[in-house]
Design a protein around this ligand. Structure first.
Ligand code: PDD
Length: 291
């Protein structure tokens, strides 16, 4: 077993060691990036918001015209078996479906006799250490060069990868993607702003991934009476924000304290972000770690 991926992994109906899990080089995921994925956090061996993650997977599959290879019950069974076999209490479950491997490379879909490739594994959940959360992370802004269906969680992530590497080259933890003068999201996170005590979030459109964590944050804000406005956010508003946070299943709620080399607000994680992180932990602990 590697320290990042638990054995066994799941591949096409079988549970086997990662070292024995092989796929064809003609797999369309490899040749075309023709596939979809999910990342599901697991706390105390319980998958967080599993129904929502499986629904998003089903929606992405339908939108790219891939038949869902497993029923919801069968997906749940795969997730449960991977969690049970992995050595960690907190995990991250990765699911991937590609359009399979035909005998040749050809852009149109293969014949319906070609089965999809279904791969899943459990990894340890690595959340942000407290010392990094205490100072926040730096980010850059970049033009959003992705396609026009960023609401679909597809494995063709080259534009995200290139933007994220540009951020890494600049010593930053995330790149905020701007399209037509508006904030879309990060390369692997959704973005929230705080201005004058109001939480601002971009709306769910085809230009951003509908984050499961994003939904949890909006629910927590509503439950705690925190004013929220969901609307388009202009690039200039980013630079005038009191706080900026990124959210995702693996990064939870993480303050961005520097943007393009300038401090965000006073350059330190803000009070509302701290509060939201705490609400998120409390919520997790209430729903996942009871007993
Ligand atoms: N990424 N936006 C993008 C482009 C993402 O890739 C992700 C998650 C999110 C946040 O979604 P959620 O809250 O459902 O995790 C937003 C995962 C973690 C990844 O690609 O590893």
């Amino acid at each position: 077993m590697s320290s990042y991926v638990a054995d066994p992994v799941y591949l096409n109906g079988r549970y086997l060691p990662l070292a024995e899990a092989g796929i064809s080089p003609l797999d369309r995921g490899f040749l075309f990036g023709d596939g979809v994925y999910e990342v599901i956090p697991v706390y105390s061996r319980q998958a967080f918001r599993l129904d929502e993650h499986l629904q998003r997977l089903a929606a992405t599959l339908a939108n790219v015209r891939l038949t869902d290879p497993l029923s919801p019950a069968a997906w749940r069974e795969v997730v449960a078996r991977l969690i049970a076999a992995a050595p960690w209490e907190d995990q991250s479950i990765y699911l991937q479906v590609t359009r399979g491997a035909d005998a040749k490379r050809d852009h149109p879909f293969p014949p319906s006799t070609v089965p999809p490739t279904v791969f899943a594994y459990a990894a340890p959940l690595v959340t942000t250490p407290a010392e990094i959360r205490a100072v926040g992370v730096a980010a850059i802004t970049l033009p959003d060069l992705r396609w026009a269906r960023c609401d679909l969680k597809v494995v063709s992530l080259l534009a995200n990868v290139l933007a994220r590497q540009q951020a890494a080259d600049a010593g930053c933890g995330e790149a905020l993607l701007i399209r037509d003068g508006r904030l879309a999201e990060g390369t692997a996170s959704n973005i929230f702003l705080v201005k004058d005590g109001v939480l601002l979030a971009p709306p769910k459109t085809r230009l951003m991934l509908p984050g499961i964590t994003y939904d949890v944050l909006l629910e927590l804000a509503a439950a705690h009476g925190q004013p929220v406005v969901v609307r388009d956010i202009a690039e200039a508003e980013l630079r005038a924000a009191d706080e900026i946070w990124m959210t995702s299943s693996t990064r939870e709620v993480l303050a961005i304290t520097q943007l393009d080399g300038q401090p965000v607000g006073n350059g330190r994680p803000g009070p509302l972000g701290e509060q939201m992180w705490q609400w998120y932990q409390d919520f997790k602990n209430t729903v996942m770690r009871k007993g």
